[in-house]
Design a protein around this ligand. Structure first.
Ligand code: AMP
Ligand code: GLY
Length: 414
């Protein structure tokens, strides 16, 4: 293996590039200022022009648009499904129909294009109400509320295209699930799947899960409650039946199948699938697997799945976001505390700084250039130590308007 291309421009791709890096030449397309400063090549050339033996696709949109098919047609191994498999993430209505034929436990739901039937169905539900846009909305298309009035307004706004434009003119209304959330990433080679260690993402912008949903404000891995037999249960009830249904439909799924789960009293239920690595989950998974990630991803992409080795220790990542996130973020604020390589000015044990929305100004200083700006990840022998390291590192970095949750991996569930 000589050359790997990672598609994307965020902290997830930075984390992937660092772990894939030691044994391969990695190019991130398009990458960002912080990835480049870290000594990793970035290029805007189309992926097939970069001479890669393996392409790892970070974001969902290129997969939904068919990048996986395009690359495979040119003989390149890709970690990421084709357009057919990507529909699991690209359309919530498709997902729900798929899950019922696969027999995968999930929330009861209805799909609607018209306000009348949608509002009538809503009246039959009990709180919390869950309203989703059908299309892709960067993790922000979901409302979970116990207020019926708010739910009604949201349904009307989404159907009228006021919230997410065309992505939002069909809604899924579903039963609110109880329990704790867990992200389980499985690598799939078209015929077999193997789970990576469990992780948890913190989706709300504010401490104690207050405020709107975001792309994710932090994560940790592993979850003490989702190891061993609990992982096997999820594989048996949810992931394996999904693979069987993919095979039944003739879909050759080679990529990451990331199950967003609610683990409750009635066992695990699937909230959603993502067809790629989670962000910020990758910022804990990639450092935990380290250089093994290259073998794992190449094996899945080429139909020769290998089982991941058990990981040692734990990882925590804390996202530093710009003022305004998850709405329109403020840009151009100078980031203090980083060295010329974009890592901590004062290095700390076990810590990596992954760049998401950063750029460099005319003086070469790092400035904010997106909603999520940095993900600060730390490895440690336990969640507690990793958490202390991540927050100690985050305390050395600052910019005007910086938004950070202080409770990532604090109350470790359950
Ligand atoms: P999604 O985009 O489907 O992952 O939803 C975003 C977030 O909304 C999830 O991570 C959950 O926190 C929450 N959520 C989605 N669906 C449900 C549900 N049926 N019950 C409870 N919470 C949900
Ligand atoms: N961590 C949520 C996502 O990647 O969609």
């Amino acid at each position: 293996m000589t050359r790997v291309v990672v598609i994307g421009a965020g902290a997830r791709e930075h984390a992937l590039a660092r772990s894939l890096g030691p044994a391969a030449e990695v190019i991130v397309s398009p990458g960002n200022a912080g990835i480049e400063a870290d000594g990793i090549a970035c290029s805007r050339a189309p992926a097939w022009e970069l001479g890669a033996e393996l392409v790892v696709v970070g974001p969902e949109q290129p997969l939904v648009d068919g990048l996986g098919d395009e690359l495979r047609a040119r003989g390149v191994a890709v970690l990421g499904p084709g357009r057919d498999g990507a529909r699991l993430e690209g359309s919530k209505a498709f997902l729900k129909e798929f899950l019922s034929s696969a027999g995968v436990p999930t929330a009861r739901y209805g799909t609607f294009d018209e306000p009348g039937p949608a509002l009538a169905y809503l009246e039959t539900m009990v709180p919390p109400y869950v309203i989703k846009t059908d299309g892709l909305a960067a993790g922000k298309g979901v409302l979970v509320t116990s207020e019926l009035a708010e739910a009604r307004t949201d349904v009307a706004d989404k159907l009228a295209g006021r919230s997410f434009g065309r992505a939002g003119t069909r809604v899924v209304i579903e039963e609110g699930l109880e329990g704790f959330e867990c992200s389980l990433h499985a690598l799939c080679d078209g015929r077999r799947v193997a789970a990576l260690v469990s992780a948890q993402d913190f989706k709300r912008v504010g401490d104690a899960d207050r405020g709107p949903n975001t792309g994710g404000m932090g994560a940790f891995a592993p979850l003490a409650a989702v190891t061993g037999a609990a992982v096997e249960q999820v594989m048996d009830l949810i992931v394996e039946p999904t693979l069987a249904e993919l095979v039944r439909r003739g879909i050759d799924y080679r990529g990451v199948l990331y199950a967003g789960l609610m683990i409750g009293p009635a066992g695990p239920k699937l909230i959603e699938y993502n067809v790629r690595f989670g962000d910020p989950e990758t910022e804990v998974l990639a450092p935990l697997y380290g250089s093994e990630l290259l073998e794992l991803t190449y094996a899945a992409a080429t139909g020769e799945l290998v089982a991941p080795r058990p990981v040692r220790g734990a990882a925590v990542t804390v996202v530093l976001a710009a003022q305004g996130y998850p709405g329109a973020p403020r840009r151009g604020d100078v980031i203090e505390g980083l060295g010329a390589d974009g890592q901590l000015g004062t290095p700390l044990e076990g810590v990596s700084v992954y760049h998401a929305g950063t750029a460099r100004d005319a003086d070469g200083r790092f400035v904010t250039a997106g909603g999520r700006v940095l993900a600060i990840s730390a490895l440690g022998p336990s969640i507690g130590v990793a958490r202390e390291r991540a927050y100690a590192a985050a305390a050395t970095v600052s910019f005007d308007g910086m938004v950070m949750r202080t409770d990532i991996a604090g109350k470790v569930t359950p």
